[in-house]
Design a protein around this ligand. Structure first.
Ligand SMILES: [Zn+2]
Ligand SMILES: [Zn+2]
Length: 818
């Protein structure tokens, strides 16, 4: 056995740490170990076993958690690649890849020291704190902690350690107070974190013997057990019409035994569809499927972009492809956007794949997630369907990865590690010699560019199923509407007339306004100031029904102001329109219509989303109002008119992806019109009627948009013509943010970075977010290698300058520059 192991620990540091191995424990590469790290116990992943004695003294590992690797060689390689590509700490990457936090119980405790006893004693004497630099509040908080610990009398055998949560709620203090007291040696902090068995168990009644005299109730239980092969869950027995004590009596007599067994995880709580799933593919779908199966059979890497207009039946191709992989005894992963995994989709998947499917969605608890992970690892579920992190599912013999709606922004993780699941999917497929399929009606520029450059095969599904026509789009210039009516209109005269017409014909309407809440801005007419969030440089949005002002970035809430908070003037105005107000306006205009709204305020989970869409499909609604969520709802049948009231707000933002996002949203929402046999119509209201994103969307011209946008990207050296990274320097103290970004700015100026353009430091478009002041740099380079070399050197310099690693965010391939 080697003497040492290198462990990737989940801390924001770009390295692994060396520990010495104790004789009784045998760690494995790719397995988890529990190790001491500073004052804590952490679980890390073993990345190497070796005999190279480090120059500094090493600590011993506490225990080995896995006798076999939880990350196989391929996933370890993928993790290292992510750490390298995204400049993310390796331990944090592995933590993200393994959803096993439920198997580890954190437990931090504190104990009073002699110095602490003394401090408590001195605090009782007057004058002793006269020279203290602490505020009276801080002193009072510390006193409460000392007092609580001193007064507590542990029961015999109980530890004199008090758990952090208990202490914090009893003394009403923050973590920083405790940290300060540990520094002064008044307290000792101990970490007793340990692995715990996270498997859920159920109690099973097992029949041991049926001999002996039994009364009627006992007979019933014994018969039930005998009829079920001698084993029945206790819970099921309790539904029998016998007293609960009867089972206990049988156990005492030794006729029945109760055992505990791991609960079989029930994957679905939904009923399967009554109609079986039929794979009836048209010619284009069939040829796409054939290409896919060919690639799988070849057992080497290939990529495919499946570009199909909305309603062209991409999903049927995915599912048929996965079915073929399953029949061949291999594995597949299907990634779907956050909003896509509704209960109906889950039911379809069970219908097709039975128990061989594992579904990983955001509503799973940590424990359920861990259970699913083990099912996949054991090879019980070869078909994995899930959102972003499902790309790390530990399947064996991976044949196929599909990324549905590959342009969807929910694939990008906006916290460390800031990876993009689509790009990870491509890399994983390369490493595993498998096929990756990227599907979309509106592919991202990068993906389409790669397909055109023959990095991926481009497979088109040009027609909607059953040859249904694409909707007609009419553009309404809202500047003209203003000139002609003399008012700022929310709903144009044309859109109002069309809605009225559809309602009379008993047809359904959808109206998109991509901004939630009632009014997005509250402005004072006296001093001209807006009401802003306390934590962010963002205007608070008025939510009328909740009667609150809400920050859409950090969730901060404030009462609705009656007067200006800056100058006290009563002339406060609520400006602009959000989806809540749009719904109210439509109610006023069409009082008879049944109207519902879909946005993050009305949808708390996938069930709400599906319920509203079902109501629409069942004909229980006339008008559906909503944000981009309505553009993403699949399976909408009866809508013949789509109104777009505000989808081009983004065109006014300082973000190079604004046109692309707007084009995608307009195309998606237009695709919801006219799915039935009735042709659809789209009324597109805009203030940017000449903008190419609006024009090309109106003509369903993806290629036209793509070429125009590529020209712009090429001139500006933006992706896909260069690799881009956004570096944000942040601090809750403005001085720190300014000083650190200045330090890095000087370093960028004074060192040579051949082939890398550095813009900044500049204030980020959102200067303050969640209490942090933010300055940023944008780095661009045609060479990803050069870009990453520069970023790595910058991080090393930042560390040397004692800028905390957590305050310098490196976002490689950033989706947002805000
Ligand atoms: Zn004012
Ligand atoms: Zn905020």
């Amino acid at each position: 056995m080697p003497e040492f192991c290198d462990v990737a620990v989940p801390v924001p540091l770009d390295m692994a740490f060396t520990y010495s191995i104790v004789p009784e424990a045998a760690p494995v590469v790719g397995g988890r170990v529990l190790v001491p790290f500073r004052q804590q116990r952490l679980t890390g992943i073993v990345v190497e076993l070796h005999d190279r004695k480090p120059s500094v003294a090493t600590k011993k590992i506490i225990s080995v958690l896995d006798p076999a690797p939880v990350l196989d060689e391929l996933l370890l390689r993928l993790g290292r690649w992510i750490a390298d590509y995204y400049l993310a700490p390796i331990g944090e990457v592995f933590r993200t890849m393994l959803p096993l936090s439920a198997e580890f119980k954190r437990s931090i405790g504190y104990r009073l020291t002699e110095e602490g006893q003394m401090a408590l004693h001195l605090a009782g004497m007057s004058g002793s704190s006269a020279r203290s630099r602490r505020t009276p509040e801080e002193q009072a908080a510390e006193f409460r902690v000392l007092d609580y610990l001193a007064m507590r009398e542990p029961a015999p055998g109980e530890s004199d350690m008090v758990r952090e949560e208990t202490l914090r709620s009893a003394a009403r203090i923050s973590k920083s107070v405790l940290a300060g007291m540990v520094r002064k040696k008044w307290l000792v902090r101990e970490d007793a974190s340990a692995p715990q068995d996270a498997t859920r168990t159920i109690k099973i009644a097992v029949l041991k013997s049926a001999d002996g005299k039994l009364n009627e109730n006992q007979r019933q239980i014994v018969d039930t057990l005998a009829a079920s092969g001698g084993r029945v869950p206790v819970e099921t027995m309790q539904s029998l019409d016998v007293p609960r004590t009867t089972l206990g009596t049988l156990v005492k007599r030794g006729l029945v035994e109760i055992t505990e067994e791991p609960a079989d995880f029930t994957v679905s709580r939904t009923k399967p569809r009554s109609t079986p799933f039929a794979f009836e593919l048209n010619a284009a779908q069939q040829s796409a499927l054939a290409r896919l199966r060919e690639g799988v059979a070849a057992r080497k890497f290939s990529g495919m972009l499946l570009h199909g207009v909305t309603g062209s039946g991409k999903t049927a191709v995915y599912l048929a492809g996965m079915r073929a992989v399953l029949d061949a005894g291999r594995s597949a992963i299907l990634l779907v956007p956050e909003i896509g995994l509704t209960p109906a989709v889950a039911a379809d998947l069970h219908q097709i794949f039975g128990d061989e499917v594992a579904i990983l969605h955001s509503a799973l608890s940590d424990r359920e997630r861990a259970e699913q992970w083990h099912r996949i690892k054991r090879g019980e579920a070869r078909m994995v369907v899930g959102t972003r992190s499902a790309v790390f599912a530990p399947v064996a013999d991976l044949a196929l990865i599909i990324v549905d709606e590959e342009q969807d922004s929910s694939y990008k993780q906006e916290e460390t590690p800031r990876y993009h699941a689509r790009d990870i999917a491509v890399m994983r497929a390369k490493m595993a010699n498998s096929v990756v399929v990227l599907g979309s009606a509106t592919p991202s520029l990068e993906t389409y560019f790669n397909a055109k450059k023959s990095k991926y095969a481009l497979v088109e599904l040009p027609d909607r199923v059953e040859q249904r026509p694409l909707p007609e789009v009419e553009i309404i210039d809202m500047r003209l509407e203003f000139q002609e009516t003399g008012h700022e209109q929310v709903i144009s005269r044309k859109l109002a007339a069309e809605i009225k017409d559809r309602l009379e014909r008993k047809e359904q309407v959808m109206v998109l306004l991509n901004r939630r809440g009632y009014s997005p801005v509250v402005l004072c007419r006296t001093c001209g100031k807006k009401l802003e969030c306390r934590n962010c440089a963002i205007a608070l949005t008025h939510h009328k029904r909740e009667h609150k002002m809400v920050c859409h970035y950090c969730g901060y809430m404030a009462p609705v102001p009656k007067a200006c908070v800056h100058c006290g003037s009563e002339y406060v105005y609520f400006l602009g329109t959000g989806s809540e107000k749009l719904e109210e306006l439509l109610h006023g205009m069409f009082p008879q219509a049944r109207i519902a709204r879909l946005d993050r305020d009305t949808v708390r989970g996938h069930e709400d989303f599906e319920r509203t869409l079902n109501a629409l499909n069942e004909g229980e609604l006339d008008v559906l109002v909503g944000t981009q969520m309505i553009a993403k709802g699949h399976d909408i049948h009866g809508v013949t008119l789509v109104g777009v009231v505000g989808a081009d707000v983004a065109l006014g933002l300082p973000d190079f992806r604004a046109a692309e996002r707007t084009f995608q949203l307009l195309t998606q929402v237009a695709g919801r019109a006219g799915r039935g046999q009735t042709p659809g119509k789209v009324i597109l209201q805009t203030y940017f009627q000449d903008h190419y994103a609006v024009q090309y969307a109106a003509h369903h011209d993806f290629v036209g948009f793509y070429e125009k946008e590529l020209q712009f990207r090429s001139w500006m050296h933006y992706p896909p013509y260069s690799a881009l990274a956004n570096v944000i320097v942040r601090s809750d103290k403005l001085d720190d943010a300014l000083q650190w970004s200045g330090t890095l700015g000087k370093w960028f100026d004074s060192t040579r970075h051949e082939g890398v353009r550095v813009l900044g430091p500049a204030a980020a478009p959102i200067l303050r977010l969640k209490r942090d002041y933010r300055y940023h740099f944008v780095l661009k380079s045609p060479s990803r290698e050069k870009l990453n070399t520069t970023l790595r050197a910058m991080l090393a310099y930042a560390a040397q300058q004692k800028i905390p690693r957590t305050q310098v965010i490196v976002d490689v391939d950033a989706l947002w520059l805000m």
